[in-house]
Design a protein around this ligand. Structure first.
Ligand code: IPE
Ligand code: IPE
Ligand code: MG
Length: 234
């Protein structure tokens, strides 16, 4: 594949952990734990294949609707995986958290802020983690910031442009989203990067996230490379 056929930015909707565990007669959190291992491997596969940036949907603003014990399990897992994120900081990888982390426990919040701050200058690869993230919330947040500036007369309403909104999204410093991969058989965005996905390609796969393999990634990228992206042109 030629370089321009490799997506610069892939979004992964890490779905199917619960069903994967259920199939094995195990608690749902066992699936989340397996899924987190696959996250780590996928980062490396993306680097090997020449992708520049990968964003992973880890927890949505809607996932708070789940039972408390499942949420607690996911948060504990996050504590474990903060260690892996720390290791990635040494590999010239920048970590960007997408979402409102102010609602997470203080220890997690402090760790994540520190990791983001420390990796700000890294330019080898970008890992995005969407955590307490929702696309509608992200756009609403940008609208509020701009409305506040307008109310203070720092900007005029006509200054609000797609570009000024984009600069306030969590993805502002990432390459444009080229491809969204959703395993698990569901064919929807579930509030993931809805603005950024306006012209992204979608690959839906039947594999459950804990079983997602390097071959699945290669096959999704190869499917992407055969798509004709017109962006409204001909
Ligand atoms: C995705 O797997 C992980 C999170 C949403 C945290 P699910 O937990 O949604 O797995 P299924 O869809 O129930 O199988
Ligand atoms: C999307 O999966 C969120 C994450 C993968 C973190 P969900 O399992 O929450 O999505 P729905 O509920 O099936 O749409
Ligand atoms: Mg799901």
């Amino acid at each position: 594949m030629e370089e321009n056929q490799i997506p610069a930015h892939i979004g992964f909707i890490m779905d199917g952990n619960g069903r994967w565990a259920k199939k094995r007669g195990m608690p749902r959190n066992f699936g989340h734990s397996k899924g987190a291992e696959v996250f780590k491997k996928t980062v490396n596969w993306c680097k090997e294949l020449g992708v520049k940036c990968a964003t992973f949907y880890a927890f949505s603003t809607e996932n708070w609707r789940r039972p408390a014990d499942e949420i607690e399990g996911i948060m504990n897992l996050l504590r474990r995986y903060i260690k892996d994120l720390r290791a990635m900081t040494k590999e010239n990888t920048r970590i960007i958290i997408l979402g409102d982390i102010s609602q997470l426990s203080e220890d997690i919040r402090l760790e994540l802020s520190d990791i983001m701050e420390r990796t700000k200058e890294n330019d080898g690869f970008i890992v995005g983690i969407a955590l307490n993230y929702g696309g509608r919330g992200e756009i609403t947040r940008a609208a509020r910031i701009l409305a506040d500036k307008a109310a203070r007369s720092e900007i005029a309403p006509e200054d609000i442009s797609e570009n000024s909104i984009e600069k306030l999204l969590y993805t502002a410093e990432m390459p444009p989203l080229d491809l969204v991969i959703r395993p698990s058989g569901e064919q929807r965005l579930s509030n993931f990067l809805i603005w950024q996905a306006a012209y992204a390609e979608f690959v839906f796969m039947d594999v459950l996230w804990p079983d997602f393999s390097k071959n699945d990634l290669i096959s999704a990228i190869s499917e992407f490379s055969q798509r004709s992206r017109r962006f409204g042109g001909i």
